[in-house]
Design a protein around this ligand. Structure first.
Ligand code: NAI
Ligand code: MG
Length: 364
C-alpha cells in the first residue's frame, strides 16, 4: 500500500480540536488497512503569528509544497484582531492558496438523510440533495487590478474592484467541472452574468467551447447567477455540478451550504493544476472558521474536518473506495443517532467533539 504524506495545519480556535479527530481517523484507516499516511504538523494563522510573527512561515510553505496533500483546520480569532492587515491570520491561508496555485474550490452541499430536518428548507426539497459547487478561486474581482480607493477633486472617494478572467483561467476550471460531472450524474450548470458583464460573455463562450470539444457526453446548462441563487432555494435538486467564478461562487456556495444544516458539516477541497507527474497540489479544509465562541469546550462538530479527509482520499489519491467507506461511516454514525450540539434536535443525546470522532471510527 502506498504511504501518502499529509501536512496537517490545525490553526486556531476549534481547528486543533477537529484536527485531533482527523488524526484519530487517519490512525484507524491505517490500522484497518484502508489507507496509509505519514503525517507532519505545522503552524498556520494566529498560532504561526505567535511564534514566527507572520501567519505562514516560509518553511511551512516549503513543507506544504512537498506534501502529497494538506489538511487545514481554521485560522483567526479575536486575539489577532489588532495585527497589521498584511500579516492577519487569513493572509496565511490566502498565501497558501495563491502560492500553490489552488484555483479550483470544490464545495459539496450534501443533505444527510438523518439531518434533512436541520435544513433551512422543507425536508422534501432537500432530501437526497447532492450538489457539487466548483468555484474559481484565484482569479476574478477579488484579485483583479486596479483595486483601489482614490480621493477625487471634490474630496469624495471612489472605490474600484476589477473583474478579470482569461481564456486559460476559464478553461481549466471548466475542465475540473466537466471531469467531476462524468464521475457523478453527468450534468453541469455554469453560472455567470453575460447579460451585463464582459467577463460573463467570455465565461459562457469558453465553457461552451470546452464542452463542445471534450465533453459532449456531459449535459451543459448556462444559467444567470441571480436566477441560480433563486433556483438554489426554490428547487435545489435540479443541480448536480455547478461551476462559477470566484465572487458568485463565494455567495452561491454559502447559500447552498445552508440547505444542508450546519456549518459544522461542510468540507471543501482546493485543487491546483495537474503537473507532469500526474499529481496536483491540494488543500482540504472545513468551510467553517475557528469558532472562538465554542473553542476549548469539546462541543465543535468534527464532521466537516473528517469529511475533508474523505475528499482528500478521493481527489488527491484516487482512493474512491476508501473515501466511500469514510463517507459511509459519517452517514452511519448520524443514522445511529450521533449528534454534536450544532445538529442536535430536541431530545437527542449530544456527543462532544471527541465522542463524534469515536462514533465515526466505530462505524468505520
Ligand atoms: P465561524 O465559522 O468560525 O463560526 C460561525 C458560527 O458557527 C459560530 O457560532 C460557531 O460556533 C459555529 N460553528 C462553526 N464551526 C462549527 C463547528 N465545527 N461545530 C459547531 N459549530 C460551529 O465564523 P465566524 O464566527 O464568522 O469567524 C470566527 C473566526 O474564524 C474569525 O476570526 C474569522 O476570520 C475566522 N474564519 C476563518 C475561516 C477559515 O479559516 N477558513 C473561515 C471563516 C472564518
Ligand atoms: Mg464566504
Amino acid at each position: 500500500m502506498t504511504t501518502y504524506k499529509l501536512l496537517l495545519l490545525p490553526g486556531d480556535g476549534i481547528g486543533p480540536e477537529v484536527m485531533a479527530q482527523v488524526e484519530r481517523v487517519v490512525g484507524a484507516l491505517g490500522e484497518l488497512g484502508i489507507a496509509s499516511f505519514e503525517t507532519e504538523t505545522d503552524l498556520v494563522g494566529g498560532a504561526a503569528i505567535d511564534v514566527h510573527g507572520k501567519p505562514l512561515a516560509d518553511e511551512t510553505l516549503a513543507r506544504a509544497d512537498a506534501a502529497d496533500a494538506i489538511l487545514l483546520g481554521a485560522v483567526g480569532g479575536p486575539k489577532w484582531n489588532g495585527v497589521a492587515y498584511d500579516i492577519r491570520p487569513e493572509a496565511g491561508l490566502l498565501r497558501l492558496r495563491k502560492d500553490l496555485g489552488l484555483f479550483a474550490n470544490l464545495r459539496p452541499a450534501l443533505c444527510y438523510p438523518a439531518l434533512a430536518d436541520a435544513s433551512a428548507l422543507k425536508r422534501e426539497l432537500v432530501e437526497g440533495l447532492d450538489i457539487m459547487i466548483v468555484r474559481e478561486l484565484t482569479g476574478g474581482v477579488y484579485f483583479g487590478e486596479p483595486k483601489e480607493i482614490t480621493v477625487q477633486a471634490d474630496g469624495s472617494k471612489r472605490a474600484v474592484d476589477t473583474q478579470v478572467y482569461t481564456t486559460a483561467e476559464i478553461e481549466r476550471i471548466a475542465h475540473v467541472a466537466f471531469d467531476l460531472a462524468r464521475k457523478r450524474s453527468g450534468r453541469v450548470a455554469s453560472a455567470e452574468k453575460h447579460n451585463v458583464m464582459k467577463s460573463g460573455v467570455l465565461w459562457k463562450e469558453v465553457v461552451t467551447k470546452v464542452h463542445a470539444e471534450h465533453y459532449t457526453d456531459v449535459q451543459l446548462e448556462h444559467i444567470l447567477a441571480d436566477n441560480c441563487a433563486m433556483q438554489l432555494v426554490r428547487r435545489p435538486k435540479q443541480f448536480d455540478v455547478l461551476v462559477t467564478d470566484n465572487l458568485f461562487g463565494d455567495i452561491l456556495s454559502d447559500a447552498a451550504a445552508m440547505l444542508t444544516g450546519s456549518l459544522g458539516m461542510l468540507p471543501s477541497a482546493s485543487l491546483g493544476a495537474v503537473d507532469a507527474r500526474g499529481t496536483r497540489k491540494a488543500l482540504y479544509e472545513p468551510v467553517h472558521g475557528s469558532a472562538p465562541d465554542i473553542a476549548g469546550q469539546d462541543i465543535a462538530n468534527p464532521l466537516a474536518m473528517i469529511g475533508s479527509l474523505a475528499m482528500c482520499l478521493r481527489y488527491s489519491f484516487g482512493l474512491g473506495e476508501a473515501a466511500d467507506l469514510l463517507d459511509g461511516a459519517i452517514t452511519a454514525a448520524l443514522a445511529g443517532g450521533a449528534r454534536t450540539k450544532d445538529i442536535a434536535g430536541a431530545g437527542a443525546k449530544v456527543l462532544g467533539t471527541a465522542g463524534m470522532g469515536e462514533a465515526v471510527i466505530a462505524a468505520l
